[in-house]
Structures are given as structure tokens and as C-alpha cells.
Design a protein around this ligand. Structure first.
Ligand SMILES: Nc1ncnc2c1ncn2[C@@H]1O[C@H](COP(=O)(O)OP(=O)(O)OP(=O)(O)O)[C@@H](O)[C@H]1O
Length: 640
């Protein structure tokens, strides 16, 4: 990822996407990112208005109290008029109580609004992440996304809720109090204003340093989250290889980085806030001294000096928190910028307006090329393949030859970079994504199960599936083991749930794909983790399902190839041969080399119908079956 434009020149700490341009005015860009967030406050307009009104009223009352105190000193106290003292004292008390009530109302209203805003942004961000294509998720570290959805949003919430309000209130309070100080006694007013100058200059310098260091801390926290996430996901591999120590060192390195940067951040703040504490206190001492002299010289009344010092003390908190709130604003701008990097990434895979009226699942790859972003060479080039409704084609190729990539082009997990993929004559890019993805179901080799019940996992693609349909899909996938789980279909599995074996997970994924009743069923080496016996049973049941759907089966094993009517051989990124298994075995040495190793090694050869004379068996048993249903199909699927 490219360098952060503000934080560091160290490419290792980059978190932006390679294609993201760097803004010419990063500060403005950050402000704009934060400004964009204001739209989330819109539903709370009335509430925010009440909050602002109560806040200003609170400030007004806060400023009035010292003036009443001054009046008490110069009036009843100076004259010894105890009768007049009581009403003024009661007035000061009433003002104090009202101010406290206003703060209570403001806090209560504010908390609700800002938590609502945070939830709305978080929902939008999550929704957007779901829309972003595989290429985005492949390029971004998951920890960086996680920290944006959690930490950064909390930072934005804190600023939108409290920081922004207090920034305005404090500015107004400082302005009004300064005017009053000048009115009470302008020479001391001038002194107080002069004392603010070093504060403002230091604040500005602090702000610059703080932006850089807070972005660095936020990025490093994201990196650390990635390490935690990866090691949690890969705990089995880590344990098996005894790499706990190594992973810990990587984590420790990341944690120390966060520690060092956080300490730097704290050090910077500590120096700044100490400075902010010292200046007002020194000023107060000087004001008291000069004020006492002025009272002695009768150019200032005692009451005015009381009012002046009380008012001046009211400035200490706003001025010292001004820096903090500005820093909070900077942090929020950085966070908004990081969130905007995600929200501003337009999904490059968006659905078209179309839908297929009565889908039959006629699939064609027409001159398809696919190149991963930034890759020098395409993975697939000039791919022509036709899979007719009800037909099943096995895609065979060496490992890394692009089989998974080819199948991922059908549901548009990736988009072709040239040529087109069509279903029933419609370019898949013209179809709406829900329409397309309801037609195509994929069972992956490495199935993902979510931390929910077996039933919820199974019905992911068909939430309305009935009991009988679920049972039928479970049967096809030979996944009857689910009934023996402690709570049957209601057993919670996946992360934090019941652990399943690789084969059990694959069978559930297969049942999930079958249950969604797709027009096109993609099996991406889905049966690789099954034992030979179970595989044979699954395949037998799958044959019935595949008769009603168009199938693409990525196959490494000869036994899986036999599920298909025809085989497409992927060589050098293109479909080099299409034909029946025995034809390719007989005529294509590369195909023979790929599959005969499997036939020789297959310990279950005899069980699955293979033995030394594999060809003979295949021809006799399986091809006979296939031929029955496929007489009308052209065996040459290559369209050229
Ligand atoms: N996100 C990616 N970015 C860049 N290259 C990728 C990406 N994913 C896969 N590749 C590359 O594309 C090529 C094809 O990968 P693919 O997963 O389609 O192969 P495959 O034939 O399915 O392999 P296998 O049989 O091992 O599952 C590989 O060389 C792989 O390194």
C-alpha cells in the first residue's frame, strides 16, 4: 500500500490502496472527509438544535455568575447591606442550578444522537464493504478494515458528539469573556490576550505533530489487528509447525511499535498540556498582583477585580481544552479520512439492470481474458467454452493454472478483462447481481462456515427453504452427520461454535450450494477432503442434481472428472482441449499426464471403479451413463 501522505514516508506503514491518488492538499481532503460525515447528523436536527440552544444558554449563565458575584462585592458587601445580599445570592444560586440542569439535558440528548450517528456510519461502512469486490478485499488487510469499523468510528463519534460542540462553545466563550475582560479593565484584558498568543502558536505546532503521530498510531493499530486476526485464523497451522514463538515475535514487534508511537503521542500531548497549564497560572498570578495595585490606585473596584479573576479563571479550561479539542478534531479528520478511503472506493463490480426471465443456465465463455490488477501476464486468455443447460463440464488443469479464477468469473467475483461470459445469451455484466447470484451457486474447496446454526449456514442462499428441501440437500451431500450433532440442525457451528472436520465442512458447503437450487452449480474441487467411499456416494447423488442444472466441476481427481459429461483442459491460461474423458486420455498427453498420476496413485481406485485398466472401466461404466443423456450434444465445446 502506498505511503501515507501525512504520517510517514515509511512505505511499511502505508494503508492506502495502490490506485488511490494522493490529494494535493491532504489537510483539506481530511477536513472534507470529516465534513461529509455531517450528513449523518441530519436525522437529529431537532435534537441538535435543542443541544446547541441549551449549550449556549449554559455558557451565558456561566458568564453571568461572576458578574453577579462582582455586583455582590461592590454592592451589598461594600455597603454592608445584608438585606440586598440575599436576593443577589439567591440569583447566583438559581443561575448555578439552571446551568447544571442544562448540562444534564445536553449530555442526555447528545449521547443518544452520537451513538445513533456512529451506528449509522458503521452500518453504511459494513454495507459498503459487502459491495466491494474481491479485488478490494484481496488488497486490503482485514485488520485495517477492522480498525476502521471500530476505533476510527469511535474517534469520529467523539468529535461529532462532543468535540465539535465544545469547539464552537469554547470559541464563543473565549470571545465573549475576552470582550468582558476588556470592558472590566482593559490593561489586564490586554495582558490576558497577550498570554494567549504563545498558546495559539504552540497549539498550531502541536496540531501538526499530532496529526502525523495519530495517523501512525491508528495505522499501526490496524496492522496489529491484522496480526491477531491472522494468527487466530491460522492457529492450527501455527501450532502444528510450532511457530508460536515466531508469531509472538511478530505480534510483539507490532505491539511495541504501537507502544512507541503511543508514547510519542502521549509525550507530545504531555508537553503541550503542561505548557497550557503553566501559562494561565502565571497569568493569573500577574493579574492578581497588577489587579491589587489597580484596586489600591482606585482605577479598579474590588468587585470588578473579583469578577475579572473569576471570569479569567473561566478561560483557563476553554483555552487549555482548545488544544485538546483541536487535537481531537485532527484525530477525527484522520479517522474520517481513513473511513473515506473505504467509503470512497467505488465497487467496480456493479450489477446491470437485466434479469433472465426463465433461466436455463446456458453458459458460454467467449474469448475471455482475465488479468489480476497489476499483474504482468493474464491468468486466462482467449478462453472459449460452452456449457449447455443440464450439461456438466469438468475443468482440469495443473495447480495454479486458473481453474478457480475461471469459475469465479461466472458469479462475477471477478470481472473479465476482455471477452465476455454469458448466461442464456446475456452478458453477466448486464444482469443485476442478486439475479445473477441467485442463478449461480458455488461450493468452494475451502468452505467458509459462519458462526451460526447448521440450519442458518445451510439456508444462506435460500432462507425460505423448507424442511424437505433441506433434508434432500443434506442427503445429496451425504451430510447426515448434522442430525447426530448435539442439537441437530440447530447446533451452532463455525467460529466459536462446534468444530467440524474438513470433509464435514465441505459436505455442508455442498449441501448449501445444492439447496440454493441454482441454474448453474459450480463445484470448485468441493469433494477433495472426502474419503473415497463418501465421495462415491456424494457423486452418485450429485449426478441427479447435476442433471437438472448446468455444472462446472473443477477436478483434480479422475473420480471427480467422471461426474462431468465433458472435460475442458486448461493449459497455459486457455482451454486447449474439450472432449470426453476417454478421448482426452487417448489423444492428449498433457491430460494423461495430469490424470494418470492420479489413477496410478489413487488408493481407492478399485472402490471408485478404477483399477489398472482405468480407461476400460470409465468407458464401460460411466461414459455409458453419460452417453445416454448426451447424444444430442456436440462433444466439441470449443466455440471457435
Ligand atoms: N488475488 C490474486 N492476485 C494475483 N494473482 C492471483 C490472485 N489469486 C490467484 N492468483 C494467481 O492466479 C493463478 C491462478 O490461480 P487459481 O486459484 O485460479 O488456480 P487454480 O488452477 O484454481 O489452482 P489450484 O488447482 O491450486 O486450486 C495462480 O498463479 C495464482 O497465483
Amino acid at each position: 500500500m502506498p505511503p501515507d501522505t501525512t504520517a510517514t514516508d515509511d512505505p511499511a506503514s502505508d494503508t492506502r490502496q495502490p490506485h488511490q491518488h494522493r490529494p494535493r492538499h491532504p489537510h483539506l481532503a481530511r477536513m472534507r472527509s470529516l465534513w461529509r460525515m455531517k450528513s449523518y447528523l441530519r436525522p437529529y436536527t431537532t435534537r441538535m438544535t435543542v443541544i446547541w440552544v441549551t449549550s449556549f444558554a449554559g455558557i451565558g449563565i456561566g458568564i453571568a455568575i461572576p458578574l453577579v458575584s462582582g455586583a455582590i462585592v461592590d454592592g451589598p458587601v461594600a455597603r454592608g447591606d445584608t438585606g440586598a445580599l440575599l436576593p443577589l445570592a439567591l440569583l447566583a444560586l438559581a443561575l448555578g442550578v439552571i446551568e447544571a440542569l442544562l448540562v444534564l439535558v445536553r449530555r442526555w440528548l447528545l449521547a443518544d444522537a452520537v451513538l445513533g450517528v456512529e451506528t449509522a456510519i458503521r452500518d453504511d461502512l459494513y454495507r459498503h464493504l459487502q459491495r466491494l469486490p474481491m479485488s478490494f478485499h484481496g488488497a486490503w488487510q482485514s485488520g485495517q478494515l477492522l480498525s476502521r469499523v471500530t476505533t476510527d468510528l469511535s474517534v469520529i463519534r467523539r468529535f461529532l458528539g462532543f468535540g465539535m460542540l465544545f469547539l464552537v462553545l469554547i470559541t464563543v466563550q473565549i470571545a465573549v469573556v475576552t470582550v468582558l475582560l476588556f470592558q472590566l479593565y482593559w490593561p489586564l484584558g490586554l495582558l490576558v490576550t497577550a498570554s494567549a498568543v504563545p498558546i495559539v502558536i504552540t497549539s498550531m505546532r502541536f496540531e501538526r505533530g499530532y496529526i502525523a503521530i495519530s495517523r501512525q498510531v491508528q495505522d499501526e493499530q490496524g496492522d496489529l489487528a491484522t496480526v491477531v486476526e491472522e494468527s487466530a485464523g491460522g492457529i492450527r497451522t501455527i501450532k502444528a509447525f510450532g511457530r508460536g514463538g515466531h508469531v509472538f515475535s511478530a505480534f510483539d514487534g507490532g505491539a511495541r511499535k504501537v507502544y512507541r508511537s503511543s508514547m510519542e503521542k502521549v509525550g507530545l500531548s504531555a508537553r503541550f498540556f503542561t505548557f497550557l497549564e503553566v501559562v494561565p497560572n502565571v497569568t493569573l498570578a500577574v493579574v492578581l498582583l497588577l489587579g491589587a495595585l489597580a484596586v489600591g490606585a482606585q482605577s479598579l473596584s474590588l468587585g470588578d477585580l473579583v469578577a475579572f479573576t473569576t471570569l479569567m479563571l473561566q478561560l483557563v479550561w476553554p483555552i487549555s481544552s482548545l488544544g485538546y479539542i483541536l487535537a481531537m478534531g485532527q484525530e477525527a479528520m484522520t479517522a474520517a479520512d481513513r473511513v473515506a478511503e473505504v467509503l470512497g472506493t467505488e465497487p467496480d463490480i456493479v450489477g446491470g439492470p437485466g434479469a433472465v426471465e426463465r433461466p436455463r443456465g446456458h453458459l458460454r465463455f467467449e474469448g475471455v481474458e482475465f488479468r489480476f490488477p497489476g499483474a504482468a501476464e493474464p491468468v486466462l486468455r482467449d478462453v472459449w467454452l460452452e456449457v449447455r443447460p443440464g450439461e456438466t463440464v469438468a475443468v482440469v488443469g495443473a495447480t495454479g493454472s486458473g481453474k478457480t479464477t475461471l469459475t469465479s468469473l461466472v458469479p462475477r467475483l471477478h470481472d473479465v478483462t476482455a471477452g465476455r461470459v454469458t448466461i442464456d445469451g446475456h452478458d453477466v455484466r448486464e444482469l443485476s447481481l442478486p439475479a445473477l447470484r441467485s442463478m449461480v451457486a458455488t461450493a468452494f474447496e475451502e468452505p467458509t462456515l459462519f458462526s451460526m446454526s447448521v440450519r442458518e449456514n445451510l439456508t444462506l442462499g435460500r432462507p425460505d427453504a423448507g424442511e424437505e428441501e433441506i433434508e434432500a440437500a443434506v442427503e445429496v451431500a451425504q451430510a447426515g452427520f448434522v442430525h447426530r450433532l448435539p442439537w441437530g440442525l440447530e447446533t451452532r457451528i463455525g467460529e466459536q461454535g462446534m468444530s467440524l472436520s474438513g470433509g464435514q465442512r465441505q459436505r455442508l458447503a455442498l449441501a448449501r450450494a445444492v439447496l440454493s437450487r441454482p441454474n448453474i452449480l459450480v463445484l470448485d474441487d468441493t469433494l477433495s477432503a472426502l474419503d473415497v467411499e463418501t465421495e462415491a456416494l456424494v457423486e452418485e447423488a450429485l449426478r441427479h442434481v447435476l442433471r437438472e442444472a448446468t455444472g462446472i466441476v473443477v477436478a483434480h481427481r479422475a473420480s471427480t472428472v467422471l461426474l462431468a459429461d465433458r472435460v475442458a483442459l486448461l493449459l497455459d491460461g486457455t482451454i486447449a482441449h474439450v472432449g470426453r474423458h476417454h478421448e482426452l486420455m487417448a489423444t492428449v498427453p498433457e491430460y494423461r499426464a495430469l490424470l494418470s498420476a492420479d489413477l496410478d496413485d489413487d488408493p481407492g481406485g478399485p472402490k471408485s471403479g478404477f483399477d489398472g485398466d482405468a480407461d476400460g472401466d470409465i468407458d464401460g461404466d460411466i461414459d455409458g451413463d453419460i452417453d445416454d443423456g448426451l447424444d444430442d450434444l456436440d462433444t466439441e465445446g470449443v466455440l471457435r
